[in-house]
Design a protein around this ligand. Structure first.
Ligand code: ZN
Length: 414
């Protein structure tokens, strides 16, 4: 794309070794630079954020950073104003900068040294979701050169992969500043097909406290594992109920809400009554279902049924819950302007709903109608040898080019 030739792009760090005839996407240098920075959620992302901030600053765009976790992690929000200087309204292009760990995975190349082989860009985050971020950054000069009727915003977050921890700080800051975008496109990998709904994520940790005793004297103790087991069975019964009785939405791959226990630890010796049992459980609710009453049922069963029984055995009895992570579901309407815009830009009108969560639910909850659409296949995310097809990146660039035009004064005049 010749109109992005003047972009201040970082130097390429990759040798392109494919013999494919498809042209190299203009966004490749930006994506390579992003993938080269190890932003696994447990590591600070500030290096990446500051690099993007500096690149935007070089083009006269001042970004706002919201820091978290002691300052070494940050979100970035930047606005390319409309031609009349307006910064309110407009559309957000959103992506998370963190990636999932590579521990224990067998990679054929260094996950943090991006490599193109046979038309595919390999590297951790190439698909989820530095491809989209790199494409958006590449097109910033085009956004600036276009006579925009409405502003375009860039939103980069941290800690999405550990339960959408970072984005709420950015959304609070936007609300404080009174910035109210009209819509948001979250560029998670969807093979550039619009996703209008996804489930919510609700993760809890539970600690059941009993009382230790020699295992020959069970009436003197209180067995924490046995009561944890009853609670776990209750959660499973709820899951069975979702499966049998719904509510259902057949547009989802798993068309009902789900629940499961995922980890458990407890006890310290075969001849000791266990004093403690900890387990983690989650609900993945259909977006039309409020997750709070679901959790309230578990909490109610623990407090009203199990705890009185436990206390009759020992006064030290306790059941404690901690919310570990929560991300609201997404349920965009077909009538929403952002849905219609992305449908028009992609020409794709299939009603797709997915089980995995994204930050689109958070943006929606904050009053910014959102939809998910980005390059790459979710099947390649989180795995060893994660990749994004160059063809997908090119498709994303074309999509963003059309998007920028749709925001222009020219497009609004028609
Ligand atoms: Zn992602």
């Amino acid at each position: 794309m010749s109109h992005v030739a003047d972009t201040a792009q970082p130097a390429s760090t990759t040798s392109v070794s494919n013999a494919s005839s498809s042209p190299t996407p203009a966004s490749l240098p930006w994506i390579e630079r992003l993938v080269s920075i190890d932003t696994v959620s447990r590591n600070p992302n500030l290096g990446l954020i500051e690099m993007v901030r500096d690149a935007l600053r070089a083009r006269g765009i001042e970004a706002t950073l919201t820091h978290g976790k002691g300052g070494a992690w940050a979100n970035l929000f930047a606005t390319i104003p409309a031609h009349d200087g307006a910064t309110h309204g407009g559309i957000v292009l959103s992506g998370h900068t963190d990636v999932v760990p590579v521990d224990g995975q067998q990679w054929d190349s260094d996950p943090f040294k991006p490599e193109v082989r046979d038309g595919l860009l390999y590297g951790r985050g190439s698909c989820d979701m530095k491809g989209f971020i790199g494409a958006a950054l590449t097109l910033v000069p085009q956004m600036q050169q276009t006579k925009l009727a409405k502003p375009i915003h860039l939103a980069l977050s941290f800690d999405e992969e550990v339960g959408c921890v970072g984005a709420p700080l950015m959304l609070e800051e936007l609300a404080r500043r009174g910035v109210k975008p009209e819509g948001c496109i979250v560029g998670e990998p969807t093979s550039m097909r619009p996703i209008i709904a996804h489930k919510g994520i609700n993760v809890y940790q539970c600690c059941v406290r009993g009382h230790a005793a020699h295992s020959s004297l069970t009436p003197k103790g209180l067995n924490a594992i046995e009561y944890a087991a009853r609670l776990i069975c209750y959660i499973r019964d709820m899951a069975d109920q979702f499966r049998e009785q719904g509510p259902f939405d057949d547009c989802f791959d798993v068309p009902f809400s789900t629940a499961q226990t995922s980890t458990i630890t407890g006890g310290n010796a075969v001849n000791t009554v266990p004093a403690e049992c900890r387990f983690a459980f989650e609900f993945r609710n259909l977006p039309t279902l409020d997750p709070e009453p679901i959790f309230a049922r578990v909490e109610h069963y623990a407090r009203e049924t199990l705890l009185p029984k436990m206390q009759r055995e020992h006064a030290a009895a306790a059941i404690e819950f901690t919310k570990v992570a929560a991300a609201p579901g997404l349920d965009a309407t077909e009538q929403a302007a952002i849905t219609q815009l992305v449908r028009a830009l992609t020409g794709n009108h299939d009603k797709r709903k997915v089980a995995y969560g994204t930050e689109a639910g958070l943006f929606s909850l904050a009053g910014i109608p959102s939809i998910v659409c980005g390059p790459g296949d979710i099947q390649q995310a989180h795995k060893a040898n994660e990749f994004v097809a160059l063809e997908q990146l090119a498709q994303c660039e074309r999509f963003l080019g059309k998007f920028i035009h749709s925001m222009s004064v020219d497009a609004h005049a028609h």
